[in-house]
Design a protein around this ligand. Sequence first.
Ligand code: SF4
Ligand code: SF4
Length: 387
Amino acid sequence: MVTIVSSATCHHYHEAEVDAAVLQAIDLLGGIGSFVSPGMTVLLKPNLLTGADPQKAVTTHPMVVASIARLLTASGCRVVIADSPGAGTRYTPSSLKKAYERSGYTPLAAIPGVHLNEDVSHTTIPSPEGRVVKRFLVISPAVAADVIISLSKPKTHLLTTYTGAVKNLFGVVPGHEKSAFHSRFPEAEGFSEMLLDLHGAIVPVLHLMDAVVGMEGNGPLSGTPVPVGLILASRNPHALDRVACRITGIPETLVPTLSVAEDRGLIEGEISIIGDDPAHLAIPPFRLPDTARSAGLMMKISRKVLARFQRGSRVLLPYPAVMASACIGCGACVRICPVHAASIREYRAVIDLSLCIRCYCCHESCEVAAIQLRQGSLSCIILGRRQ
Ligand code: SF4
Ligand code: SF4
């Protein structure tokens, strides 16, 4: 079986260039009419991790969201743009409004037929085929829509090495329910099993990726934007992620969502890239997150075994460290920490490493970059690296 991933060159977030690339990527898969019908309500699910300037490449660029929204409304669809930000952000109308404003999404509501979601209710859905999760709490617009189109962003990720099409769907889990999953699945493999169960319960009809600019380093919040120059699309999120990893030089062996998908037989056979050949872009490999070297080392030995020993120690996995001089005491890390290892003392965050499960949500949540990752002492010896 051949799985198709379409590719369209797009170097800038200029309206005409983005429109042409989005149209090309979708036309190569059969056109927008093969995914939606007139009268449908379509949920666009961008990566709205937090309210962030679009130039930081944290979020799906509003120009890409606007482009597909216009394409859908021209096809007679009603469009709802919805996501539940992560990064310790409360899922409330006011925090959503702030995230829309900061990410440049507010003007999207002015497009006729487009609605920026303000409904913060949630609904439980079954996951009968789920291997590790049998039901999910999800934001109500994800259930109310006739179809979902995922709009992801290729970025490095401290826990899962890479985030793209598969991880983007985690945004339908509301607010702090996300922390519960981090607590329940502290290791990247278990977390990835959960993500794939979520994809069994909620199935977007199309996965479009804003790879005009990606993120390398300590993503998904504090990495460095890197030009890639592509809009990618596929019906299969795993094939899309595999292609994105190959384009950005992220080793697939370090991406547990891909390993789990392969184990489940979700990316069997050949992947065919149609459209513009990404090879002509000659993109230098993305710099991996600081956690990736440890992850690679431990995958060889068995993360599961080592996790029993590393928890509560500074020995192997990188650990979060608060820089008191930079901390503004906002409490975002405290709110997101799934095991209550972070707290505020004297207006500054402190982390109890004996409780910390190394999920790195606090690092992801800190908008002023006051949380650094430091290599454990044994890792420094093994990797020959000084802190
Ligand atoms: S480390 Fe300080 S500034 Fe950063 S999220 Fe925690 S409380 Fe806020
Ligand atoms: S303190 Fe540890 S467990 Fe809590 S959010 Fe940070 S990395 Fe995760």
